[in-house]
Each structure stands twice: as structure tokens, then as C-alpha cells.
Design a protein around this ligand. Structure first.
Ligand code: HEM
Length: 421
């Protein structure tokens, strides 16, 4: 099995090596190799950016576009009406009204402002009590067992319940959108752009989740509630504006998907690191005030989002390279987070770290909108798990990982316990 120590490949294929499934459990040594050339041209014409300084500079650079999503396309059906009329229209609509994470200014900024208005601090903080209750309920449900799977029993159901509550999406529909969300999340993986079948499945999932959201938004307009979807769908006040319907659907889908897998991975990665560093688990149990800094260190050390792709709108000179116009640019946040030029002893998990400007939530215009919510969820979850699981031990180290190289996290995390407190 190739790993970092046996790696002998050329630097211009290093990134394709990194995204192989057998490097998922520990890509960090390969990231160190990447940083030897902070901006590195790959054989497929993409540029991989891995040093903290270069990522930081590019993330604020308006010459990098986020519209780097292949245009939507549906498979041929043999029905001329569909193939030559309906589907091309649908493709144009979906491409023009991508979710805001794939949009550039000025549209991106307008859409983001609508969402930020709904994300007012009050609304996120109001979820706190419900999160504490849900965390306790999920842990209580593990009573009587001597082993649990943290992902299935805890880290997955928690963020899903919270995002449903925030948006006003019925929790009972979760099994349906779990399938759609998993398929849609593949859209940001590098393999996805070359996989025609996968792209068709992604468009099909987007069609289905969009139809679901369209009905839900209609219902919110008929019977508004105190939730984000009702707020986004509400008629504009006099002189004001509201989002167009296609953008509203794409935004609702983005929020539901973005709130799914990422927070699952933060909580799971968090518990994995605490079990690998039992001293830190003890310190957190004794002093829950340590949680905020611990979570920042997790977002640096083992983040849920490892990289994002952009496209160069013009030639960009950086770190001795010239990225040509049109080239895909991969910002490897997780490699920047371990850059020794920025962080002393970057490979040490150190929750006492003070100067911790990581890229766990990205940066610049597209900085994560859900960051305050994700931080609250992870804090409450890790503090409760550290206090209530009696003598937790890892059953498999490293655990099995899901396929995603960008959205990276364990598929399962088996933990043996001596009870629940
Ligand atoms: C631990 C959990 C999370 C992590 C690690 C995370 C990470 C990220 C990152 C790295 C980006 C930047 C993407 C880029 O630069 O292209 C981002 C953007 C975004 N995130 Fe999160 N996220 C998390 C949770 C959430 C949640 C809970 C929500 C929604 C409730 C959310 C909504 C968004 C949205 C809407 C964007 C796009 C912002 C824009 O394009 O302006 N995220 N997130």
C-alpha cells in the first residue's frame, strides 16, 4: 500500500496520490511533501497551493473565481422533447443559479447578505438549549451498551437535527435527504469532475432535493414559522428585496448539505483526537472552559474540509510560479494548517496554542457562514462526551474513512465504554 514514506512519485502527480483512498487516514506527511513546492503545477494542468502564506494571499485574491463547478448536464433520454428542449433549459437554470458557495461577486455578496440576515446571532444562540437536550438524549440512548459507533449514534444525528430545526425542515424526511446530501457532497471532490455518471447522479439528486425544497418553501409561505426558510421566503418589505425563487431553492439546498457532513466530521475528528490524547480528554472533562480553544486546534489539526477548488480569472504570479488564466487552483487548507513556517510544531495537537489562524472555515469572501453554529455544537458535544462516557477506548485506530478527500472524516468510530454517567 503506498503511503507517504514509500512515496516515490513525481511532484506533478502528488495531489492525485493524496486523493487515493488508502492515503485518507493520514494525508499529512504527503501534505508536507506538497509544501516543498508551495504552488505546484500538476500534470492535469491544475495548480495545488499548500503553504499558509500562499493560501492566505490567494483566498483574498479577486482573480480567483469560485465558479469552478462543471456546467450541469443531464443524460440523454431518447425523448426529443426532453433532450432538446426541457433538459437544456433546466441545465441553464441550474448552472446560472448555483448555490452561493460556487458564485462570485456581485451575485455572491447579495445572496450571502440575505442568508447572514437570517443567521442573526440571536437565532443561533437560541438553539443552544435544544442542542444540550439533544446531546443528552443521544448519550442517554447509549445506556446499557459496552460499545458505540460515535458516527451513527451521535455525530451524525446531532447536526442533522440542529440544521433541520434551524431551517424548519421536518426531521422525519431526514432519510430522504441523507441520500441526496451524500450525493451532492461529491460535487466538490476532484474525481467528480471527470466522472460523467457521477455528475448525472448529482444533477438527479439536485433535481429531487430542489423539488422537495420548492414544496417546502411554498408551505412556509402559506404558514410562516420562526425558522430560516420562512425568513428567506417571506415577501420583501416595502422597498426591500428578496431572493429569487431559483436562488432561494439553491440556498436552502446548500445550507442543508453544508450543515450535514462537515459538523459530523468535526465532532468525530474531535473525539478521535481526544481518545488519541487521553490527557487532553481528562483536561477537558475537568475544565469545560477549555473547549473553545480545543475546537480551534481541531479545526487546524484535523479539519473537516481539506481543500477547495477555484479557477484563475487571469494570470497570477505567486511563489515563483505563474498560474495561467483558466487553470483550476486547489487551495489545500489542511496543508496550510500544518505549515511549520506559520505554526510552531505544527504536527503536535496542542489545544493550548494561542496564535491559531487556521483555514478550518476557509477565509475571505466565502468564509463559512455556519461557523458560529458549528462551534457551539462541537463545544456542547465534546464537553458532554468527555464527562459522560465512562472510560472510553478506541476500538480501531485509525478508523475506516469515507471516500471524500475534501470532505474528509471517519465512516465509523467504534468506542468501547464502561457505561454512561
Ligand atoms: C464544522 C463544521 C463546518 C466546517 C468545517 C465548514 C467549513 C466551511 C468552509 C471551509 C467553507 C469555505 C468554502 C470555500 O472557501 O469555498 C465553508 C463555507 C460555507 N459554509 Fe461551512 N462549514 C461547517 C459548517 C457549516 C454549517 C453548520 C453551515 C450551515 C448552517 C455552513 C454553511 C456554509 C455556507 C453557506 C458556506 C458558503 C459561504 C460562501 O460561499 O460565502 N457550514 N464552510
Amino acid at each position: 500500500m503506498p503511503d507517504a514514506s514509500s512515496y516515490t512519485g513525481e511532484p506533478d502527480v502528488l495531489f492525485s496520490e493524496i486523493i487515493l483512498q488508502n492515503n485518507r487516514a493520514d494525508p499529512y506527511l504527503l501534505y508536507a511533501r506538497l509544501r516543498e513546492t508551495p504552488v505546484s503545477r500538476q500534470r492535469d494542468g491544475s495548480y495545488v497551493v499548500s503553504s499558509h502564506a500562499a493560501i492566505r494571499s490567494l483566498i483574498f485574491d479577486p482573480r480567483l473565481s469560485s465558479e469552478d463547478l462543471p456546467p450541469s448536464r443531464r443524460p440523454h433520454t431518447g425523448n426529443p422533447l426532453r433532450d432538446w428542449f426541457l433538459n437544456p433549459i433546466k441545465n441553464r437554470i441550474v448552472t446560472a443559479h448555483r448555490p452561493l458557495i460556487f458564485r462570485d461577486p456581485p451575485d455572491h455578496d447579495t445572496l450571502r447578505r440575505f442568508v447572514m440576515r437570517q443567521f442573526m446571532v440571536g437565532r443561533v444562540n437560541a438553539l443552544r438549549e435544544g442542542i444540550v437536550r439533544e446531546v443528552d438524549r443521544l448519550i442517554d440512548a447509549c445506556r446499557g451498551r459496552d460499545r458505540i459507533c460515535l458516527v451513527n449514534d451521535f455525530s451524525y444525528p446531532l447536526p442533522v437535527t440542529v440544521i433541520c430545526e434551524l431551517l424548519g425542515v421536518p426531521q422525519a424526511d431526514e432519510p430522504r435527504f441523507q441520500v441526496w446530501a451524500t450525493q451532492l457532497a461529491t460535487a466538490i471532490e476532484p474525481d467528480a469532475r471527470h466522472d460523467e455518471g457521477g455528475r448525472h447522479r448529482t444533477v438527479a439528486a439536485f433535481d429531487e432535493i430542489s423539488a422537495y425544497m420548492r414544496d417546502l418553501i411554498r408551505e412556509k409561505r402559506r404558514r410562516p414559522a420562526d425558522d430560516m426558510l420562512s425568513g428567506l421566503a417571506a415577501p420583501a418589505s416595502a422597498g426591500g428585496k428578496r431572493m429569487g425563487d431559483f436562488d432561494l431553492i439553491a440556498t436552502a439546498v446548500l445550507l442543508l448539505v453544508a450543515g450535514h457532513e462537515t459538523t459530523v466530521n468535526l465532532i468525530t475528528n474531535g473525539m478521535l483526537q481526544l481518545l488519541r490524547h487521553p490527557h487532553e480528554l481528562e483536561r477537558l472533562r475537568a475544565d469545560p472552559e477549555r473547549a473553545p480553544r480545543l475546537i480551534e486546534e481541531l479545526l487546524r489539526f484535523d479539519p473537516p474540509v481539506h481543500f477547495r477548488t477555484r479557477k484563475a480569472l487571469g494570470a497570477i504570479e505567486i511563489a515563483g510560479e505563474t498560474i495561467p488564466k483558466g487553470a483550476p487552483v486547489i487551495l489545500v487548507f489542511a496543508a496550510g494548517n500544518r505549515d511549520p513556517a506559520r505554526f510552531p510544531e505544527p504536527n503536535r495537537f496542542d489545544p493550548d496554542r494561542e496564535d491559531n489562524q487556521h483555514f478550518g472555515f476557509g477565509g475571505g469572501l466565502h468564509y463559512c457562514i455556519g461557523a458560529p453554529l458549528a462551534r457551539i455544537e462541537a463545544e456542547i458535544a465534546l464537553v458532554a462526551l468527555s464527562r459522560r462516557l465512562v472510560s472510553p477506548r478506541l476500538l480501531q485506530n485509525p478508523p475506516p474513512y469515507r471516500l471524500g478527500a475534501s470532505l474528509r472524516g471517519p465512516q465509523q468510530l467504534g468506542i468501547a465504554i464502561d457505561g454512561i454517567q
